[in-house]
Design a binder for this molecule. Structure first.
Ligand SMILES: [Zn+2]
Length: 102
């Protein structure tokens, strides 16, 4: 599967990264994989940036690549569900408008 996230991923500043790694260690908090070395260690936003999550140690956790990707896919699914609801609402509004002009 290939997709473009609907939002920009912000780079986590080095001092925040260091704090999260000092707290969580170098193993994935989701699956326990590790030790994760540079390039394999990801910081996962617990509440995604697209949903107002901040890039702060409290909202970040250590994760491996596959777990980080899985979480992104879940966030994307949530985004798609919300958009479908919006489109549905818009469709019903337009249908009502169409009926009112007949
Ligand atoms: Zn993992």
């Amino acid at each position: 599967m290939s997709f473009k996230p609907p939002y920009k991923r912000r780079k986590v500043p080095e001092y925040i990264r260091a704090e999260v790694v000092a707290r969580d260690g170098v193993h994935c908090v989701y699956c326990g994989k590790g030790p994760l070395h540079k390039g394999k260690l990801y910081l996962d936003h617990i509440v995604a940036g697209s949903r107002g999550g901040q890039t702060t140690p409290a909202n970040l956790t250590v994760s491996c690549g596959p777990c980080n990707m899985r979480k992104s896919a879940r966030e994307l699914n949530h985004y798609i569900e919300q958009r479908l609801l919006e489109i549905d609402r818009e469709r019903r509004t337009l249908e009502a408008l169409l009926l009112s002009t007949r």
